[in-house]
Each structure stands twice: as structure tokens, then as C-alpha cells.
Design a protein around this ligand. Structure first.
Ligand SMILES: [Fe+2]
Length: 298
């Protein structure tokens, strides 16, 4: 039921303390008992994790390291054509391994000296308030599993390719990292669920799926586009709208499909002014006002 809308696979802790990841029947790894046992073991690392301690090492197979090598090589080629200059510079600064999956602890150690960001392991879905709130402190919740090796260019869930190639590279930029922190501060400032959801939608249409005009063409800076082999080829053909906080914060999206409505910033400074400015000042009242205005227009 509701399989179509599933994004993160549910994670359950059994009475005996074991951790089980409930993959949907449509998941490429569903029938692979070896993959599923390893997914459970990796999720258990995150469930048992205590902040401030080193992130436990996830064991990956040779096949999985090969998936990383293949996808990271192919994405790097596409990034040269489709990613913003700021993102490309940040990938150079971070210097992720290209032939094997980096451990999240290693990602933290590469990132922290650059922008102060550190990774936290996540077993699956992290509640919005927690996920966004800790961005203010420079923490990023990340899954640690990798997609099933049978379909290296597809994943129904955000995996370590998305979290690290998409997000860690962006978090290595001072300017993008500052925007992530502002989103976290905004999430901490609001109390209502509707304001939190509004902030998360603005995050979705910018730091996850944002695009930007650069030297006369559209380039991506959103982690969701930059980590998706298919989506990166398609985004220029989508319905591209002007950057508008009130519209982004109230636009519905379907997490299970390619994003067909995208919002373009005119420049990084424009993004910082409009979206950074919003996250810096927004509160429950200002967001309630934007929602009321949008309802009048609807
Ligand atoms: Fe993401």
C-alpha cells in the first residue's frame, strides 16, 4: 500500500533489538537476501549511533565500490556540462574518492576543515524538525547504504551517492553551506508544522532541485539533480519558473518522479538574496502571511 509514495524505506527495531529495513516489493534489492541483510546491518549502525563518536564503518562489497566508481565517473562528466561553477569548484576542494565508496566519517573529516559541516548517519527518514534543525549546527543527516548493484543508475531512495556526491560536494562550498545553515536556523525558529513544511519545500526547490542561470545557460546546484544520472539530462526541458519563495513554499512535489517544475535563480547572489534572505528573517507569522496571500490567489 502507498508504495508509490514511499521514498525512504521504513526502518523498524524488533523486540529482540534487531533492525529491519522494509524494502518495497518494487525495490531492485527486494529479492536479494544478501543485500537485505546488509541493509539491515547498515541501518543498525545508525540506530545505535551516539553523536560525538566516530561514525561506524559500513562494510561494502566490491560490487558496491564498483557502482560508486561507475556512477561517480559518469556524473563527473555530466557535472562539467550541467553543474554550476560554484559546485564544480567545491568538488575540487572536497576531493572525494572516485574509485570506492567513502565512509561517512571520512566525508566529515574532508568537509569539516572547509565549512565546518559534519555528517551524521541516518537509518532512513529523519523527522523534518531534527533533519533541518541540526543544519544550523553544521550537521547533515545522511543515509549510508548504496543502491542495488543491478541498477547502478537508479535508486528509489536517497542513498550514499545522493547524500555525498549531491550534498557533500555542495556543502564544501562556503556559500552553499551558509544557505544550508540558514535553512536550519529558520527551521529552529518556527513552531508550527505548516511553517516548517513551508521551509522544507523552499529547501526542496533550491538545495535539492535548484537550478541557476550562468553564462546564458541553465545549470544545476540542487543535490537531487546533481546525483541523478537521468534527471541531470532532463532538467533543462522542465517547466522553469522564476525564483519565488511564496510559490516554492506552496508548490506540491512528487518525490517519486522527476521534478517537472523547477525554479531558477538568476545568479548565486540572487539565490542568497531571495532564499537566504527569507530563511534569515522568516518566522511563523511571516510564513502564515505568505500562506494566506497564496490562498487568496488560488
Ligand atoms: Fe537530499
Amino acid at each position: 500500500m502507498f508504495e508509490e509514495a514511499q521514498y525512504f524505506a521504513p526502518v523498524a527495531t524488533q523486540d529482540d533489538g534487531s533492525v529491519v529495513v522494509e524494502l518495497a516489493a518494487s525495490h531492485p534489492g527486494f529479492a536479494d537476501s544478501v543485500y537485505r541483510a546488509r541493509r539491515n546491518a547498515i541501518a543498525a549502525l545508525a540506530v545505535g549511533y551516539q553523536r560525538g563518536t566516530p561514525i561506524p564503518v559500513a562494510e561494502y562489497t566490491e560490487q558496491e565500490h564498483e557502482v560508486w566508481a561507475l556512477v561517480s565517473r559518469e556524473l563527473a562528466i555530466k557535472h562539467r556540462a550541467y553543474a554550476t561553477a560554484e559546485y564544480l569548484d567545491a568538488t575540487q576542494r572536497l576531493g572525494l574518492p572516485t574509485t570506492r565508496i567513502p565512509q561517512l566519517q571520512e566525508v566529515s573529516e574532508l568537509l569539516e576543515p572547509l565549512t565546518g559541516f559534519r555528517y551524521l548517519p541516518a537509518a532512513g527518514l529523519v523527522p523534518l524538525r531534527e533533519f533541518y534543525g541540526v543544519l544550523a549546527d553544521g550537521y547533515f543527516h545522511s543515509t549510508q547504504y548504496i543502491r542495488h548493484h543491478s541498477v547502478p543508475f537508479y535508486t528509489p531512495e536517497p542513498d550514499v551517492v545522493h547524500e555525498v556526491i549531491g550534498h557533500a560536494n555542495a556543502l564544501a562550498s562556503d556559500r552553499y553551506a551558509a544557505l544550508y545553515r540558514l535553512a536550519g536556523q529558520a527551521a529552529r525558529r518556527v513552531e508550527s508544522e505548516e511553517a516548517l513544511e513551508f521551509i522544507s519545500k523552499v529547501f526542496w526547490f533550491t538545495l535539492e532541485f535548484g537550478v541557476m542561470r550562468e553564462a546564458g545557460e541553465l545549470r544545476a546546484y540542487g543535490a537531487g539533480i546533481l546525483s541523478s544520472y537521468g534527471e541531470i539530462e532532463e532538467f533543462r526541458g522542465m517547466d522553469i519558473r522564476p525564483l519565488d519563495v511564496a510559490v516554492m513554499g506552496t508548490t506540491h512535489y512528487d518525490i517519486t518522479k522527476y521534478q517537472d517544475v523547477l525554479f531558477a535563480a538568476e545568479s548565486l547572489t540572487h539565490l542568497e538574496d531571495v532564499v537566504g534572505g527569507f530563511w534569515t528573517t522568516c518566522d511563523d507569522d511571516s510564513i502564515a502571511g505568505l500562506l494566506a496571500e497564496r490562498r487568496q490567489h488560488a
